[in-house]
Design a protein around this ligand. Structure first.
Ligand code: C5P
Length: 326
């Protein structure tokens, strides 16, 4: 008898629209504020559960671990334990997104594994279990249980849906370097110390407040209720984003160490991006363009420099959930 088809799920990537790093907390994590945005590039996760026990990871990519350090493995183990199930779980990861790229691929793979495994078993997990498993496995996993435009607080794991931004045209640049997130945080701490920046909770808190304010200014454009055509809304939002000056703090530590990433940002801007930024701790960068045509025209400038680049667009919450199991 042929083996039953596995349950397949798309693991979409995210970008960060601004990222502010706050003080180190008692648990060793940094307080942060960010806006996550899901985008339409993805890995594919295929999950099957058969008789037996154990978890098996299959992936062609040499940098993806196949043992219990894999985020998909860690999620699957917790799901099976929570549901008190004993089966052999096989997870196949079709890797299209960069590893250590700042696009949240490992985290999205983990969230997709949880959602696909739940379907495969036909046993729903309680919402609070899903969220706590996600947060345990990684700060960036819970956002993929919301999708669309998402506010991230705490150490990134506290998530709340924001009104979806209208579709924005993007170029995603994926330079061939991996950036370690823990190291980037450690470098940030060293930078703050060397600057003798007041590390008092007060000043870090005011940075967080500044982000909230910036975010409000930015979102006010989309919430004002002034009737505008959909296409114009996208442009208005773009301008608001540029005006609000949302930044990613990681650029301050990652760019000096990898000057070629700063150069990629400059190329994106030169090619007409209204806003360009590192995503997470990198190494991926994105540019937001006025139209898909402008994004299409900009991508070759990066490819000509030997940098992998893809056009993409933002994915709303509705699209995210509708297309995940297509
Ligand atoms: O949660 P995640 O596994 O992605 O975090 C990896 C590491 O990055 C943590 O162990 C911690 O060293 C660092 N980190 C941090 N502050 C955050 C998120 C991650 O210091 N907000």
């Amino acid at each position: 008898m042929a083996a039953p088809m596995p349950t397949a799920a798309r693991a979409y990537a995210k970008i960060n629209l601004g990222l502010y790093i706050g003080p180190v907390r008692g648990d060793g994590f940094h307080e942060l504020r960010t806006v996550y945005q899901t985008i339409d590039v993805f890995d594919v996760i295929r999950v099957s559960a058969s008789s037996g026990a154990g978890i098996e990871i299959r992936c062609q990519h040499p940098q993806v671990p196949r043992d219990e350090s894999n985020t998909c493995w860690r999620v699957a183990e917790r799901v099976m334990r929570t549901l008190k199930q004993r089966r052999r779980v096989s997870i196949q990861i079709e890797k299209n997104l960069p590893v250590q790229g700042g696009l949240g691929a490992g985290s999205s793979d983990a969230a997709a594994t949880m959602l696909a495994l739940e379907r495969e078993l036909g046993l729903p997990l309680a919402a609070e279990d899903k969220l706590s498993i996600a947060a345990e496995v990684g700060s960036d996993v819970p956002l993929f249980l919301v999708g669309g435009t998402v506010l991230g607080t705490g150490h990134g794991e506290q998530v709340a849906p924001l009104p979806d931004v209208p579709p924005l045209a993007l170029v995603i640049a994926m330079p061939n370097v991996g950036v370690s997130t823990p190291k980037a945080f450690a470098d940030w701490d060293a930078l703050r110390k060397s600057e003798r920046a007041a590390l008092t909770p007060g000043s870090a808190a005011s940075r967080m407040d500044a982000f909230s304010q910036t975010l409000y200014v930015w979102l006010a454009g989309s919430l004002s209720g002034v009737p505008v055509k959909d296409r114009d809304r996208g442009e208005t939002l773009l301008l608001d984003l540029v005006r609000a000056g949302i930044e990613n703090d990681f650029e301050r530590v990652v760019f000096p160490q990898c000057p070629e990433l700063r150069e990629v940002k400059c190329v994106l801007e030169r090619e007409g991006a209204k806003y360009a930024s590192l995503s997470g701790s990198g190494s991926a960068l994105y540019g937001i363009f006025e139209s898909p045509e402008m994004a299409e025209r900009a991508a070759p400038a990066l490819k000509a420099r030997g940098i992998e680049a893809k056009t993409a667009r933002t994915l709303s919450r509705t699209e995210y959930w509708r297309q995940m199991f297509e």
